[in-house]
Design a protein around this ligand. Sequence first.
Ligand SMILES: [Fe+2]
Ligand SMILES: [Fe+2]
Length: 288
Amino acid sequence: MNHRASSPGSDRVRPRPTPADRLAELVEQKAWSLPLLPDAILRVINATSDPGCGARELTEVIRRDASLTGHLFRVASSPHYAGQVKLVSLQQAVARLGVATIREIALVVSCQGRVFSVPGHERAVKEMFRHSLATAIVAQEIARTRRWNVEEAFLSGLLHDVGSAVILQALVDIHVELEVPLSPEGLATATAANHAFVGGCLVEQWQLGPALVGAIRHHHDPAPPPTLGRPVALLQFADAVAHLLLDESDDRPVRTHAALTTLNLYPDDVDRLLARRVEIVTAVEAIA
Ligand SMILES: [Fe+2]
Ligand SMILES: [Fe+2]
């Protein structure tokens, strides 16, 4: 006789995992579906990190990707970038706007179309993208005035919340699998708890460099590793400024931000940055 088979509780059905259990498992095993870094982004990053990269080389790199070319040309032709001038070709856009601006637009449109993309949740993802773009522009502005690496600042802002898009997609899949509805509260809690870690892992898998990985992984960490210093402080502060510019009215979190000391920013510097609110918001609206 099989005593085990009849022992009390042995035929109990295992409790169904909750969406939170499934997500925790997925994050622990890093088993989320990894959005591929679009080839075009890598090619643009590689080409423009070469100081010899000129307008012609960059045009060639972009041209190899037809959808990037079309989207990039549309953004470059917007009044925000082209002003009153009517652009007629990609080559003319690159020559007129310069390598740095075209690089920036190329990164933005590649991310917008392919990394920040969750079918059925376009509105939520658009909000994430607008916030990320605002963070990128603010980080870049601060880096420009301080003569820090503007490209790295822009990219860290653009990708800092990329983990949120990945978690949204993962949760959508988990809820379909478990046949339970996805609540906005459940999504917000899961995203808040995991997006920095997941985003850091993604950027690591994309091999975008340890400074970017560290800054993204620790961008909500109140005590980030001291070795990360400025990159993470810049990202944390730009993140707070982007929230203020797009969706908040209380400027105290920005004016009293802990990162101000590390960034060596004084109240006058913050005033100057916040005075550019309309300009920054207009740039976000023009693209996202
Ligand atoms: Fe974040
Ligand atoms: Fe953020």
